[in-house]
Write a protein that binds this ligand. Structure first.
Ligand SMILES: Nc1ncnc2c1ncn2[C@@H]1O[C@H](COP(=O)(O)OP(=O)(O)OP(=O)(O)O)[C@@H](O)[C@H]1O
Ligand SMILES: CCCCCCCCCCCCC/C=C/[C@@H](O)[C@H](CO)NC(=O)CCCCC
Ligand SMILES: [Ca+2]
Length: 503
């Protein structure tokens, strides 16, 4: 502090980063101190604004402006409030679902202590539903008048987000007369944005779209009305809709971790470490056939090290390309595109619509996957030794390239299918009962019938009922209150490939 009690600081706050403006009551003590004591009663207003802290964390900071002219002070307040009102992307009414049992069971406390006060400050009204059972939020979204809200907020983990997303996408398709069971129908986009207040176990959707798991930061992204479109995969089996996925759709390793961890829910987030270790030791592989259509219209590739950041040019260009194709009536061109077929023994088959970065793996399962480029990265990890699989896993946590192994392949895809060998064999049994290949295979391996076993799919943390799936990516089907991971200017100095994104 300098002599006159005034600290020389420079503060430039863009209007879009103001949280709220309030008239400030000045008490007697403040009034009698410093230079104000000689003047008549001062007036003041406070601007609450976003301050960036380390690691993509946002905080709500405040600055108070004083002046002796009451009218001038009121004019400022009025002008700033009008400025905020003119920002049409800011939500006014929200519908909030809280899962009180997600993660460490802190959802309700997190919302009440960290989020509700900020929403109040920003004059956002929120209707809050505390869920009483699984699927409560999803079912509720089919009943309420969703159109009176500017956004739906879920307080919980990836599972809770998935529930709200299923409710919202399902409701919009129902209202648009679209049958979700038809895997070929284009789906209606959801214009109502979804906000995530992280209170789960993995929270990878929050981490990969905001850059940090922090309820206050996420609340501020909602308040300023951010918008991040997100690709969604639809999963079908035999013309029956199964589920949507936005983060990880994993068979083998991640499917088995999930199945085992569901029995250990009481452990909280630690259950994944236990089940992860157990599944690693079991080293189970699965046989089957993967077929996919490589994504041609996308600009990037999974190994190009161009990660998705705020204002991502790869997502933007891909969307433009898609729109051009639509204008030329080429959107059904994919029907003729080639299919690549891969048969094999896999430890893991992972399809990710985003990097899947989370605190366990800050760069994620596919570091260069994009949030909104209309494609998914399909990662095939073939049978290898336990040691090699461990090397592969460890690379999720350091700077080395996890795709640089002879037993790992990665493809950027728009559609794919998987059938396990078990099912293929059963189908050929039905066609050709005489051969009894299934029986033969089993007697070849008397000690281990296990290779014939199926794994299950882990779909954003929920298990799927079918092992055979047909998957299709829907470009930018939903929108989040987020802006992707921001590039800080000093960070960019070390990340030359991202310079372009800064502009
Ligand atoms: N009141 C409730 N009682 C029981 N289950 C609930 C309730 N509300 C929601 N659920 C279900 O709990 C599941 C898990 O919740 P959530 O995703 O919030 O936490 P998590 O599983 O610990 O975290 P993550 O998904 O990030 O690993 C969701 O699939 C949701 O359907
Ligand atoms: C030395 C060992 C190194 C270990 C490195 C492990 C790499 C971890 C990558 C984690 C990727 C998580 C992907 C996100 C999946 C979510 O949709 C899902 C629901 O929340 N979570 C899990 O299935 C929970 C998955 C938990 C995995 C442990
Ligand atoms: Ca994508």
């Amino acid at each position: 502090e300098e002599e006159d009690g005034c600290k020389a600081v420079e503060n430039v706050v863009p209007a879009c980063e103001i949280v709220a403006v309030e008239e400030t009551e000045i008490d007697k003590k403040q009034c009698d101190s410093g230079k104000w004591q000689k003047m008549s009663k001062p007036h003041a207003f406070t601007v609450h604004y976003i301050k960036r802290a380390r690691n993509h964390r946002w905080r709500c900071s405040e600055i108070t402006f004083w002046c002796i002219d009451e009218q001038l002070c009121n004019q400022w307040i009025q002008a700033l409030k009008e400025l905020l009102d003119s920002q049409k992307s800011r939500p006014k009414r929200l519908l909030v679902y809280i899962n009180p049992y997600g993660g460490k069971r802190q959802g309700k406390r997190i919302y009440e202590q960290k989020v509700a006060p900020l929403f109040n400050l920003a004059s956002i009204s929120a209707d809050v539903v505390i869920t009483e059972h699984a699927n409560h939020a999803k079912d509720n979204l089919f009943e309420v008048n969703i159109y009176k809200y500017d956004g739906i907020v879920c307080v919980g983990g990836d599972g809770m987000f998935s529930e709200v997303m299923h409710g919202l996408i399902g409701r919009i398709q129902k209202d648009s007369g679209i049958d979700q069971n038809n895997p070929k129908t284009p789906l209606a986009q959801c214009s109502i944005r979804i906000g995530i207040i992280p209170a789960g176990s993995t929270d990878c959707i929050c981490y990969a779209t905001v850059g940090i798991i922090d309820p206050e930061t996420s609340a501020l992204h909602i308040i300023v009305g951010d918008c991040q479109p997100l690709d969604v995969s639809s999963i079908h089996h035999n013309n029956t809709f199964l589920k949507y996925s936005v983060s990880l759709l994993g068979y083998g390793f991640y499917g088995d971790i999930l199945k085992d961890s569901e029995k250990k829910r009481w452990m909280g987030p630690m259950r994944y470490d236990f089940s992860g270790f157990k599944t690693f030791l079991s080293h189970q592989y699965y046989e089957g056939t993967v077929s996919f259509q490589p994504a041609k219209g996308t600009v990037g590739s999974p190994r190009d090290k161009e990660s998705c950041r705020t204002g991502c040019h790869i997502c933007r260009q891909t969307k433009q390309l898609e729109e051009q194709q639509k204008n030329y009536g080429l959107e059904h061109k994919e029907v003729e595109d080639e299919w690549k077929v891969i048969k094999g023994k896999f430890l893991a088959i992972n399809a990710v619509n985003m990097s899947c970065a989370c605190p366990r793996s800050p760069k994620g399962l596919s570091p260069a996957a994009h949030l909104a480029d209309g494609s998914a990265d399909l990662i095939l990890v073939r049978k290898c030794s336990r040691f090699n699989f461990l090397r592969y896993l460890v690379r999720h946590t350091n700077q080395d390239d996890q795709f640089d192994f002879p037993f790992v392949d990665v493809y950027r895809v728009k559609r794919f299918q998987f059938t396990s060998k078990h099912l293929e064999d059963n189908e050929s049994d039905i066609k050709d009962v005489g051969k009894k290949r299934f029986g033969q295979f089993c007697s070849d391996h008397p000690a281990c019938c296990c290779n014939l076993a199926n794994s299950t799919w882990n779909c954003d943390g929920e298990t799927l009922d079918s092992s055979a799936v047909e998957v299709r990516v829907h470009c930018q089907l939903v929108k989040l209150f987020a802006r992707g991971i921001e590039i800080y200017k000093d960070e960019a100095a070390y990340n030359l490939s991202s310079n372009e994104l800064l502009s």
